[in-house]
Design a binder for this molecule. Structure first.
Ligand code: HEM
Length: 271
């Protein structure tokens, strides 16, 4: 079945191929190319890709030194411009190691162990640390990449501040950055509670009390996020769902928008 196609001016393959003196190799190559082009519109797609390539490159200046005539004064600040990308790298490492940890962790406060004196969640962490092959390494990579990411994002924010890159027209990306930093801290907090050890439990308690001290909405938020005013299975379950299901998708989407805006606006020149 054929479908209607708009008439394309450059794609009249009729007479011109015969009218030129072509070698058999050229003729064979063109015949194959045209056969595919008639069916899959190759040339259209290649042209679209070409346009996209040139637009992308327009956003990336060759070098700031060259473009703004800075005479090599600024080159030693350039590594600081990589902190945003470094945060993304740390995020990818945390995501991969986190997905692997998820195979072995169980978010349950039910009693476990010989005497039932520890929880299933805590026991699954003990299993990862002492019995799983390279489990201690996997967990350490996850914790360290998360902490390195917080440090990198904070330093990235300082770079943006001290180079004045938050100014017009980049105000919205600065605000989105604040949202990203807040989300990152909540992401870390939800993960910190998962081992359900003493540190996690009391950090959870502080969280509940923090929200309870907020006027009007505090109690409602504590109930929603922690599943009550004292810690229980509902708390751990909520933190788990936030940590593995809600925050990763939200964070990935917002980082994509953040970087998309940088791509559209281009990097700010050093002031
Ligand atoms: C998850 C956290 C974040 C990630 C992954 C991220 C990623 C990036 C990347 C890759 C860039 C390109 C330039 C560069 O790397 O320096 C960038 C630029 C930018 N970021 Fe972030 N960022 C994050 C958080 C933040 C925060 C907390 C702020 C500020 C509150 C912020 C504000 C900005 C601004 C204003 C730009 C444009 C800078 C320019 O044009 O020179 N970002 N970000």
């Amino acid at each position: 079945m054929s479908y209607p196609r708009p008439k394309r001016p450059n794609h009249d393959h009729g007479g011109w191929m015969k009218s030129r003196d072509l070698s058999p190799v050229e003729r064979g190559y063109l015949t194959v190319l045209l056969w595919f082009d008639r069916r899959f519109r190759l040339v259209d797609y290649v042209e679209t890709l070409e346009t996209l390539y040139y637009r992308t490159n327009l956003q990336l200046p060759k070098s700031h030194t060259e473009q703004y005539n800075l005479d090599n004064k600024f080159w030693y600040w350039y590594p600081l411009y990589a902190l945003g990308s470094f945060s993304i790298l740390a995020y990818v490492v945390a995501a991969i190691s986190g997905a692997l940890l998820g195979f072995y962790y169980s978010p349950s406060t039910a009693p476990a162990g010989v005497d039932g004196d520890v929880t299933v969640a805590y026991q699954s962490i003990t299993f990862i640390m002492t019995e799983l092959n390279l489990g201690f390494l996997l967990r350490s990579v996850h914790r360290w990449s998360a902490q390195v990411m917080v440090a990198a994002v904070f330093l990235h924010m300082l770079r943006v501040y001290f180079t004045g890159a938050y100014k017009e027209p980049r105000e919205l990306n600065w605000i989105l950055g604040i949202v990203l930093l807040s989300l990152l801290l909540l992401f870390g907090y939800s993960g910190y509670l998962l081992p359900w050890d003493q540190l996690a439990f009391w950090a959870g308690q502080i969280g509940v009390e923090l929200f309870l001290s907020v006027p009007l909405v505090g109690e409602w938020v504590a109930q929603l996020l922690f599943g009550g005013f004292s810690l229980s299975q509902s708390t751990l379950q909520r933190m788990y769902i936030l940590h593995v299901f809600v925050f990763p998708f939200l964070m990935t989407a917002l980082v994509a928008i953040h970087v998309g805006i940088v791509w559209i606006q281009g990097i700010a020149e050093p002031h």
